[in-house]
Design a binder for this molecule. Sequence first.
Ligand code: MTE
Length: 310
Amino acid sequence: MRDKIDTRILPSEITSREHYTDRRRFMQMAAGVSAAGLLPESLWAADKLPATANQAYLLDEEKTPYKDVTGYNNFYEFGTSKDDPARHAHTLKTRPWTVTVEGEVHKPKTFAIEELLKLAAMEERVYRLRCVEAWSMVIPWLGYPLSELIKQVEPTGNAKFVEFITLQDPMQMPGQRSAVLEWPYNEGLRMDEAMHPLTLLTFGLYGEMLPNQNGAPIRIVIPWKYGFKSAKSIVKIRFTEHQPVSAWMKAGPSEYGFYSNVNPEVDHRRWSQAKERRIGDFFKRPTLPFNGYADQVAGLYSGMDLQKYF
Ligand code: MTE
């Protein structure tokens, strides 16, 4: 299985297990008829997601190995242990999949996932992901700016916030049978945060489609905020006049704020945020303001008291 993959090989170069099985079946059928080298390329490539590396976001830091990115997850719909999502998320059905865009927009629309995959040029961007639990990773994501989708639906003058609502289906998501959070998981951004070029509508990682445990088939990634803002398996995007209340704000209003910008100076009620452990490292490293993206995003919050708006 995935966690036995040799990480010296680029994970994106490895054929998925399902595909490998298909290919073997095909090769068995074709034995004696065709040489392996003549087999169609597409048989190797179904889970791949072609993308162009965005030079502005190469990030000169060691990437977190694929086995950790896909084996150490938070996705409470599949359990609360870090290895639960990788073990249980196979029950999530990601096709057919639609995303309904509604609320304060002139052109509300339900998009099929296939349409969204083609809506804008797919980029690879290496971002730091900093979890509120004080660990971090470096992940090569595949996607395009959320602003590309927002432009298509034409927000009205009343649209001040965007809410992301994720799948609710206890049949597919066994974690939803217990009330660890108020389901469905939801998150939100202010309009200017949603329009920011760093905010990535994300479909893949490490050269392939998102594994279920990472939020297939579509999630958001907001690299200057704690990881819980990056909602997985989105089915609805709603534009609103009023600030949405997220699942984590409902669960612990004094611990989880709406903004949740990575900030070494504002501690979580139960632990410090001054340092973090990069997954795979032994020693902790200092947490960077806005997770290292301050040059690009600090201006969004000028004049705001970040102790108050945590
Ligand atoms: N999205 C949903 N739907 N459910 C979740 O439990 N967990 C969040 C976020 N998105 C979560 C979610 C948290 S706490 C983190 S740190 C990131 O997903 C983890 O993303 P990753 O597993 O791809 O690293």
